[in-house]
Design a protein around this ligand. Structure first.
Ligand SMILES: NC(=O)NCCC(=O)O
Length: 403
């Protein structure tokens, strides 16, 4: 029997292939699909039994991998253990809001505790983890889920766990900005490993596609492309739809990010073919690690809605397909978490790999920033003319000797 969101009973494409292909063929397919790190597939990592037992008894998927780098003479390895959590909401969207929020927090406590026990140094949760992704509805009652980034209950909850496990935690929430007239933002709060707030980043690109009616709630962020320097490395957050914008990824890299998280909420019909490519390509193009996280499950809302696309009214977005993964700067990649269950991905990333790949491929060296700076400067002018060289044959084929 297929569980909702599974591929006829398989939790991911990788698991489908590994369980159905002959082992040797699977090795070849894996090499082509997921690349190599130091000449081998990204290696699996063993986790303490307490973590795997918790995953089993609490029904969440857990995967763990290790990205290595070549040994260097002048620098020690700089291994950071990162974690990604994907999860479904717990209660129906018709339940009282406080109960919904508390139930999500309690579910997250279990998985965050597992990440802590797995020794994760930097953990990222999914986009708007505190609530159902109600932005399809355009109804304003869901704004009640918004909280202060600095003082909200969700921030306090995460601060306690960050302190307990000496873990930096990226907490993406719906923010209510009390200092600016109670406006809303889609914000990632960066909680330091001492429970302190290091800073926050607001989503730069807001979707206006399909049922993603988020622009009814908040506007494009005003925090630029901050990189947060933590005890465990320089991290940044590219929130969901920002992953379609290559310059957004690039700016985080130019500010020095070594790991960029991409907390997301996206559905199969819309984006699944893009999912395994975009974050992975960003890791390659910008020579950093990327952790891509997507929520799981189908969330149904009390009132039907439409999105001006001619589709009949409906009550849900469709299936959020999970499939969170980590991609390395050397084009290697982990298999993804389940399409249908909550999950924790753990990955050891030797940050020395970033500089090694920069030295090898020279993407920064060859980037020609001045060429593009000039081009963009022209492009934004109202009288910009696209640089198109038209084949003269198209206008006067006879004159040019062709009939
Ligand atoms: N949350 C969000 O920005 N989703 C947009 C859909 C997508 O980018 O796949």
């Amino acid at each position: 029997m297929a569980t909702e969101g599974s591929l006829q009973g398989f939790e991911s494409v990788h698991r489908l292939l590994s369980e159905t292909l002959p082992p040797q063929l699977f090795q070849e397919v894996q090499r082509v699909l997921l690349g190599c790190n130091g000449g081998k597939p990204v290696q699996t990592l063993s986790l303490p039994a307490i973590v795997t037992e918790s995953a089993q008894s609490q029904n969440f998927d857990v995967l763990a991998y290790s990205f290595s780098a070549a040994e260097e003479q002048l620098r020690k390895p700089r291994v950071v253990r990162i974690g990604l959590i994907q999860n479904a909401t717990v209660l129906p969207t018709t339940d009282p809001y406080e109960r919904q929020m508390n139930s999500i927090r309690e579910r997250l406590r279990t998985i965050i505790e597992a990440a802590g026990k797995a020794g994760v140094n930097v953990l990222c949760l999914q986009e708007a983890w505190t609530m159902p992704f109600a932005f399809c509805t355009r109804e304003k009652s869901w704004c009640e889920f918004a909280e202060s980034a600095e003082r909200g209950k969700s921030t306090q909850f995460i601060q306690e766990l960050a302190r307990k496990y000496n873990m930096v935690i990226v907490s993406p929430i719906l923010e209510r900005d009390e200092a600016h007239g109670d406006t809303l933002w889609n914000t990632a709060v960066i909680i330091g490993n001492h429970g302190n707030i290091i800073g926050k980043h607001r989503k730069n690109h807001i979707p206006r596609v399909g049922d993603f009616n988020e622009s009814s709630y908040y506007m494009e962020g005003n925090t630029g492309h901050p990189v947060f320097e933590t005890e465990f490395g320089k991290i940044a957050v590219n929130i969901c739809y920002g992953r379609h914008h290559t310059l957004n990824w690039q700016a985080f890299g130019m500010n020095g990010a070594e790991i960029v998280f991409n907390p997301s909420a996206t559905v199969g019909d819309l984006s699944e073919p893009m999912w395994p490519i975009e974050a992975r390509n960003a890791a390659i193009a910008n020579t950093y690690f990327v952790g891509a996280i997507n929520r799981v499950g189908t969330e149904s809302f009390p009132n039907a809605f439409t999105s001006g696309d001619g589709k009949p009214e409906h009550k849900d977005f469709g299936h959020f397909y999970g499939s969170s993964y980590v991609a390395g700067p050397d084009a290697s990649c982990t298999p993804s978490l389940s399409r249908c269950r909550d999950g924790l991905m753990v990955a050891d990333c030797d940050l020395n790999l970033c500089q090694q790949v920069k030295d090898k491929w020279g993407f920064r060296l060859t980037a020609r920033y001045e060429l593009y700076a000039k081009f963009f400067n022209e492009y934004i002018k109202p009288d910009f003319k696209p640089q198109v060289v038209r084949d003269a044959f198209l206008d006067s084929p006879k004159e040019n000797g062709v009939y």
